[in-house]
Ligand binder design. Structure first.
Ligand code: UD1
Ligand code: MG
Length: 473
């Protein structure tokens, strides 16, 4: 073998129309388990540590290009396929984009998001062992409908691949299908791809026709069968997207459980591929964990909780709540029915309780906001208690203002904190006060009119009622 062992280049075909999706968005950008389909494919191919990755783009090229620039861990080159003439045309464009060179190239479609890096590795090593010109990844399917079929000769060699639309009735009965994942010797790929013509039902340039060209030249074409047929599902419609997402969710749940996470009911738990969870944490049903969420050890999350790109530290408890770009400190307690919006940060052992909304605010260590509060643009120190119904009035209709509550302050129930305002260390506010002026450390801020008790008023009223005189006006 001329090439250095192990090094491959990758071509990903992602220019196709995706007609069956009926979408304004390019098919390969449709998401499953938190990443666009193409994202899953790129991550799997990156696992091979390729020398270079070329992605062929066409439909929605700009959006796909933008996504790849942000997402890929290694720089990828993108190559534009001006017209979607078929997989052979796309492969030729991708191969050229890799630049001059020989060696091994892996060609894969952008719509096969369940492929694992293990399968790709096995495919490449099989190809090398056999010293083949091309090796196609195949699978045995109970229902092969829609896929290209692998036609073998009398001694089991790969003879050709026929697409569903071009297959005879007998060929349609073949259960072994083309996954559209290939490994080629680059030089042979180059020479065999140009003679391919559009002689088929769809008037496209089919990459599958390369088999016959290579066989005619006396080259060997091998087929490597995937061990797990579920991996190879091509996603061509939204219904196939949902089916593939369900397979991927099972896999993600298995991975976490194997690493020491308890998932009470995996079939009712939705964890994105991007989420990290620590040991001995329990995830209760109807919980949705997405984006760059990181959960520590020994946490309890759920039931009925949505967490988007948030951090939950060791030993925290979150139930019946929504967290969006929030941070929950170790041992903190959230919910039931709390809403932590972007920039909400709870310190160690802090609490955001029932019907509490917190936005862009820090709640210090051990501080508690237990019931019915809105806290926005606030800095709350340590050991603070915020009484039920307290609201930071942070918005004057034009600007947002800050509320500062220093350590060990006690905010009486139903306090309106009219920002900008500062409550000093250890200070109190009287229940029901609208506090618009700073309260100095250690003081009581109270703002409410005096209470009048009218002696005998209630008993007189009752007596009048008995005599039949109406009291209501
Ligand atoms: C293809 C295979 C079929 C295989 C199936 C597996 C061919 C001719 N057919 O069919 O044998 O069983 O995949 O899922 O190869 N693309 C381009 N440019 C184009 C056309 C397609 O980049 O001009 C890309 C698409 O974006 C897609 C991939 O190539 O990612 C495959 O195209 P698709 O139209 O999905 O082919 P299938 O009909 O699924
Ligand atoms: Mg497809």
């Amino acid at each position: 073998m001329a090439e250095s062992r192990g090094v491959v280049s990758v071509v990903i075909l992602a220019a196709g129309e995706g007609k069956r999706f009926r979408s304004a968005k390019p098919k390969v950008l449709h998401e499953m388990c938190g990443l666009p389909m193409l994202g899953h494919v790129v991550r799997a191919s990156e696992g091979l540590k390729p020398a270079k990755i070329a992605v062929v783009i066409g439909r929605g090229a700009e959006a796909v290009d933008r996504f790849l620039k942000d997402f890929a861990r290694k720089p990828v080159v993108t190559a534009l396929q001006p017209e979607q003439l078929g997989t052979a045309d796309a492969t030729r464009i991708g191969e050229e984009a890799l630049g001059k060179g020989t060696g091994t190239v892996l060609v894969m479609p952008g719509d096969t998001p369940l492929l694992s890096v293990e399968t790709l590795r096995k495919l490449v090593s099989y190809h090398r062992k056999r010293r083949a010109a091309a090796t196609v990844l195949t699978a045995q399917l109970a229902n092969p409908k829609g896929y290209g079929r692998i036609v073998r000769d009398s001694v089991g060699g790969v003879q050709k691949i026929v697409e569903e639309t071009d297959a005879t009735l007998i060929e349609k009965r073949i259960a072994e299908v083309n996954t559209a994942v290939w490994v080629f010797d680059r030089a042979l790929l180059r020479s065999a791809i140009s003679p391919i013509e559009r002689q088929n039902a769809q008037r496209e340039l089919y990459l599958t026709d390369i088999v016959e060209v290579l066989v005619m030249k006396g080259e060997t074409v091998e087929a490597y069968q995937a061990e797990d047929a579920a991996e190879i599902s091509g996603v061509n419609s939204r219904s196939q997207l949902a089916a593939a997402a369900s397979v991927m969710r099972d896999r993600i749940a298995e991975r976490h459980m194997a690493a020491g996470v308890t998932i009470v009911d995996p079939s009712q738990t939705y964890i994105d591929a991007t989420v990290r969870i620590g040991r001995d944490t329990t995830i209760h049903p109807l919980t949705f964990l997405s984006g760059q969420t990181v959960i520590g050890n020994d946490c309890e999350v759920g039931p009925s909780t949505r967490v988007v790109s948030s951090k939950i530290a060791d030993g925290a408890r979150v139930q019946f709540s929504v967290l969006d770009h929030a941070v929950v400190g170790a041992g903190a307690n959230v919910g039931p029915y709390a809403y932590l919006r972007p920039g909400a940060t709870l310190g160690e052992g802090a609490k955001a309780g029932t019907f509490v909304e917190i936005k862009k605010s820090r709640v210090g260590k051990g501080s508690k906001v237990p019931h019915l509060s809105y806290i926005g643009d606030a800095e709350i120190g340590t050991g603070v208690n915020v009484g039920a119904g307290t609201i930071t009035c942070n918005y004057d209709g034009e600007n947002k203002h800050k509320t500062i509550i220093e350590n060990d302050a006690f905010i009486g129930s139903d306090t309106m904190l009219i920002a900008p305002v500062r409550i000093g260390t250890g200070a109190f506010t009287g229940a029901g006060s609208a506090i618009a002026k700073d309260v100095p450390p250690g003081a009581l801020g109270v703002e409410r009119s005096e209470q009048n008790n009218i002696k005998g008023w209630a008993s007189n009223k009752r007596k009048k009622g008995k005599r039949g005189g109406g009291t209501s006006k």
